[in-house]
Design a protein around this ligand. Structure first.
Ligand code: B12
Length: 273
């Protein structure tokens, strides 16, 4: 068991306060971490899912049996609702048996020092000494623009100004449904130093396929600037997946423009050297 004081220090080191639930729930064993519901280590979880059957008492029972089969116990179907013809939606409370060693958990993420708007501009002015051209698009059939706009538009996201506001960037937002080849042509035309790609629609791995197809077009085009920083983002995007595909970084939900701006200038400076 980790004593409460150690736990508090652990959160403090991360710059966070120990959550009230943990503080009131007693010490936490970080080597045997499991979900918390009413009591520490009770493993209580809430699950929601759909079954392709009409919403009957048998459907409710089927949801319970299915969750038990997943290894949960004390299964309680809290909600069973019809979801159009032939489909039912369930919310289930259940207890998990498994625990994990939190001290061994690593979350791959883009490596950079977070800087605010002014520091990013200053860093670029002192070290890069010219404006970087950033070209961004949502590619393929994907029509979602809000995520990319949040990062690029003047207004930005969560009170954090977007890349268009930075004096160190010339930000060109090509918007949505941009074909991979068109994105590359525009990157050449604008002499891009950075390419941003946003992918929201993930059905059948479409986001990964589009990104896979784009990479050789970016790598093999001799007219493109080098170094060229390639960044992808979207709610289902992870840094690990982006790097595995061959991109420099991947940013997921909640990303702020200044995080992306910090990464761009630091990564560009590293590659420039
Ligand atoms: C708004 C919306 C739409 C709008 C889009 C309007 C627009 N101009 O963008 C409309 C109505 C057009 C739409 C259509 C569709 N949508 Co829609 N849509 C959404 C919704 C509700 C919100 C998305 C959003 O704006 N989020 C807010 C932004 C700020 O968050 P974000 O995108 O995650 O962006 C952040 C990060 O991910 C990151 N980020 C994102 N991009 C990038 C890029 C870079 C470079 C970086 C660094 C960071 C970064 O930074 C951002 C800020 O933190 C989501 C559900 C949801 N709640 O997420 C569904 C959702 C994305 N849509 C979905 C679907 C299925 C569709 C449709 C197929 C529906 C249909 N059957 O027609 C169509 C597809 C149209 C198409 N061809 O793409 C699904 C996708 C499921 C999947 N697994 O792929 C979702 C998840 C809904 C769901 N649960 O089913 N949609």
């Amino acid at each position: 068991m980790v004593p409460m004081e150690t736990l508090k220090r652990w959160f403090q080191k991360k710059g966070e306060e120990a959550p009230a639930t943990v503080a009131s729930g007693g010490p936490v064993n970080l080597r045997r971490l499991m979900p918390y519901g009413d009591r520490m280590n009770d493993g209580a979880m809430q699950l929601s899912f759909t079954l392709p059957i009409d919403c009957t008492p048998e459907a409710r029972e089927a949801a319970k049996v299915y969750v038990e089969k997943l290894g949960f116990h004390e299964v309680h179907v809290a909600t069973a609702e019809p979801m159009g013809m032939g489909f039912s939606f369930f919310v289930v409370f259940a207890r998990a048996k498994h625990a994990i060693d939190f001290t061994k958990v690593k979350a791959p993420k883009a490596e950079f020092e977070p800087m605010d708007f002014d520091r990013v501009n200053q860093f670029a002015q002192e070290k890069i000494k010219r404006r970087l051209v950033v070209v961004g698009a949502t590619t393929g059939s994907d029509a979602h623009t809000v995520g990319l706009d949040a990062i690029m538009n003047l207004k930005g996201y969560a009170g954090d100004p977007g890349l268009e506001r930075y004096s160190c960037f010339q930000a060109i937002n090509l918007r949505s449904q941009v074909d991979n080849r068109e994105l590359v042509e525009k990157a050449v035309e604008h002499k891009a130093d950075v390419v941003l790609v946003s992918k929201l629609v993930t059905q059948r791995g479409q986001h990964l396929q589009d990104l896979k197809d784009l990479l050789p077009l970016l790598k093999e085009n001799k007219k493109l600037n080098h170094p060229l920083i390639r960044i992808v983002g979207g709610p289902r995007m992870t840094h690990a997946a982006a790097v595995k595909l061959g991109y420099d970084a991947g940013f997921g939900p909640g990303t702020t423009p200044s995080e992306v701006a910090s990464f761009i200038v630091q990564e560009y400076y590293k590659k420039m050297k």
